[in-house]
Design a protein around this ligand. Structure first.
Ligand code: HMG
Length: 385
């Protein structure tokens, strides 16, 4: 039996901020952002968007196409949780009108947890192949204003349906794992923005890649030469270039070790325009490849998932012949183009106003069908247009 990704769809925020404007106000060369970190824009959420509304927007096309039959588990991966107790997935369950006969849970380990969600889903489907699992990765990546991480903010959600006999990607059973208890990036409970030791985090990411790859090989994983592409967690797209160079070096590919290689082609297009989306980032890279790359039916794709703190995993899958017919590339392009540009003043105002105590009503501005209306008696309210 094959198990893997049967369908995949993404959503992002309704606003966009150009890194050229950020560089302009910092008085630095925009080349640092465009070429140095490989980002041109970041998505920003409207007042009435959050991880739940983005998740609803990402999941709706999947549910419209496949219905809810067989979905008995929803796993919501995020590190920008909206409640310390109630899972974001339960709010999503409500706004999507999913059946009561479903288990719903939220998973956290920085940017890594959507990969854990997929692994759990594979186990559920292996045990009962008639079941399907809805996996959601949704995050609003925020750093302090004027901090080193500011240019790497962003927001997106990716929804995936995991099933037997998948139409998009058959996931292979071998994984390489690597965990190390470090403080490269963290967010204490009283903060809505993350703290990061930026350059250290880059070093830990690369060392984790090496650890996970070596474990992948020791577990009988596929040879480096057999990968058509590798999708990396992309906190910024230049990180994927650094990672691919490291992987090529470890794997002994001398030609690729010094260059931007074919292995990344097509995987950075969405992330360059959206920014970091934490748990969603690696699956956004995969969707970018699916939508924008050539037909790679039958080819093996590698995945390196990294979550600060730090947990990482290297795994692989084979693209199912005909997968191109399952995609909706025009819908992502429309969503990116529909984002309203905001200037530096508006960007900073929104950043500061994000943290609001007590009850409030939000401004009606999202283009999505589900909106976060505010809080009443400190209870989050969602409404469907
Ligand atoms: P920085 O220290 O301000 O930047 O921020 P820099 O001085 O290192 O410059 C960046 C690159 O731009 C350098 O290239 C410069 O040479 C180049 P590199 O040496 O790296 O190849 N550069 C230029 N290029 C062209 N034209 C120019 C120019 N000027 C400079 N004019 C840093 C960089 C990554 C530290 C910062 O963005 C940051 O703190 N980001 C947040 C942390 C992060 O993204 N870490 C990545 C690994 S950890 C991770 O992925 C997990 C994470 O997603 C969280 C989670 O798991 O939940 C973050």
């Amino acid at each position: 039996m094959t198990i893997g990704i049967h369908d995949i769809s993404a959503a992002t925020g309704g606003l966009v901020f150009a890194l050229a404007d950020l560089a302009d106000h910092e008085g630095i060369d925009v080349g640092k952002y465009h070429r140095g970190i490989g980002q041109t824009e970041m998505s920003v959420l409207t007042d009435d968007e959050d991880i739940v509304t983005m998740a609803a927007r990402a999941a709706t096309p999947i549910l419209e196409r496949h219905g809810v039959d067989g979905i008995r588990t929803v796993v919501f991966a995020t590190e920008s949780g909206i409640d310390q107790s109630k899972a974001a997935g339960v709010f999503l369950h409500g706004v999507l009108g999913l059946p009561h006969e479903v288990r719903v849970v939220e998973l956290k380990e920085a940017c890594y947890s959507a990969t854990a969600a997929i692994q759990f889903a594979l186990g559920i489907v292996a045990r009962r192949p008639e079941e399907r699992v809805l996996v959601i990765a949704s995050d609003n990546a925020r750093y302090e204003l004027d901090s080193s991480g500011e240019a790497t903010q962003g927001a997106a959600a990716v929804a995936m349906l995991i099933s037997a006999s998948p139409a998009v990607l058959e996931i292979e059973p071998v994984s390489g794992l690597w965990t190390d208890d470090v403080m490269d990036f963290w967010r204490p409970n009283d903060r809505s923005t993350a703290l990061v030791d930026g350059r250290y985090s880059v070093a830990v990411y690369l060392d984790s890649l090496e650890g996970a790859w070596k474990d992948y090989q020791s577990q009988g994983g596929a040879a480096y030469e057999s990968f058509a592409r590798v999708c990396y967690h992309q906190p910024f797209t230049r990180m994927a270039v650094k990672a691919q160079q490291r992987l090529a070096r470890i794997a002994g590919d001398a030609d690729a070790a010094g260059a931007d290689t074919e292995h990344l082609a097509g995987t950075t297009i969405y992330n360059t325009r959206i920014g970091n989306s934490y748990t969603a980032s690696i699956y956004l890279a995969f969707l970018s490849l699916l939508d924008n790359g050539p037909d790679l039916s039958g080819e093996r794709i590698g995945f390196f998932s990294y979550g600060s703190g730090a947990v990482s995993e290297f795994f692989a899958g084979v693209l199912v012949p005909g997968y191109k017919q399952q995609l909706r590339p025009e819908s992502m392009e429309r969503m990116l183009e529909a984002r309203r540009p905001i200037d530096y003043t508006e960007y900073r105002r929104r950043h500061v106003e994000f943290d609001r105590p007590g009850d409030f009503e939000t401004v009606d501005e999202t283009l999505g069908a589900v909106r976060f209306a505010g809080t009443t008696d400190l209870k989050r309210q969602y409404e469907r247009r």
